[in-house]
Design a protein. Structure first.
Length: 254
């Protein structure tokens, strides 16, 4: 699902060069927090960013904006290569939430230029112009609905934890209610209040997260569909395209 970014990002760039980071699969950066906003482009691999809001999945050649003071954990769900920028912003901009952002070919070319050998020959004015243009394009980027919201209620936590451990489970809230001793109506209400979405919508995002990782690792659509509990590949493809606006086979090449 793609929607317009709700709030602008800062365009004033600190005098810091982009930082390139390489991570091995399953590497973790715990309790990260910075005084400035951070923009992370995933050059290769897939990462997860975990904040108090939940789990953001960032696919290859996409990016994420993290407001200043955000406390987060970064997990490399596969081996990954990142390009990180620190950005100064106003108080209002710093209060906006973390957002996964699409990267257009033009924005990608600006990012590549910012880390090229040629950029070392730029004078200060030229470098500032490049960075301003880059972050203007970040401002215009489309946000991607790849946040899996966190839950606080202990009953919901038990349900979502088990669902993530066994993603092929087709248990509905009526059956889960017997597992956690609560009515489906209560669970539905609490789930919507805490996450802003329904349980079925949450489960779909969870499935998308798993599918993107498995697609990147080269797993076949047939196997992914089976692992996620779909009766047919076509049913999985329909769900994926409905959410991501592109079929699984074209996702990583789009």
């Amino acid at each position: 699902m793609v929607k317009s970014a709700a709030k602008e990002l800062s365009t004033k760039v600190l005098p810091l060069q982009p930082k390139c980071i390489q991570l091995k699969a399953n590497a973790r950066l715990e309790n990260q927090q910075f005084d400035y906003g951070q923009y992370i482009f995933v050059k290769a691999g897939v990462i997860a960013i975990i904040t108090e809001q939940g789990r953001y999945l960032v696919p290859p050649e996409q990016s994420i904006w993290l407001p200043a003071k955000t406390v987060f954990q970064l997990i490399a769900t596969t081996a990954a290569e990142l390009i990180c920028y620190f950005v100064e912003g106003s108080d209002q901009q710093q209060r906006c939430s973390a957002t996964v952002l699409a990267v257009t070919p033009f924005l990608k070319s600006l990012i590549n230029e910012s880390i090229s050998e040629d950029v070392k020959l730029y004078d200060d004015a030229s470098l500032l112009s490049l960075m301003q243009l880059l972050f203007n394009r970040v401002q215009a980027a489309q946000s991607l609905a790849l946040l899996l919201p966190a839950v606080k209620d202990q009953r919901l936590a038990a349900i979502t934890s088990r669902q993530q451990k066994f993603p092929a489970l087709k248990t509905d809230l009526v059956a889960w209610g017997k597992f956690v001793h609560a009515s489906s109506r209560t669970l539905s209400r609490v789930f919507k209040n805490e996450t802003g979405i329904t349980y079925s919508e949450w489960k779909q995002i969870m499935v998308i997260h798993i599918a993107i990782i498995q697609l990147y690792l080269g797993e076949s659509i047939t196997i992914i569909a089976k692992n996620l509990g779909y009766e047919s590949s076509s049913a999985f493809i329909y769900m994926f395209k409905k959410h991501m606006k592109v079929t699984p086979s074209h996702y990583l090449s789009s």
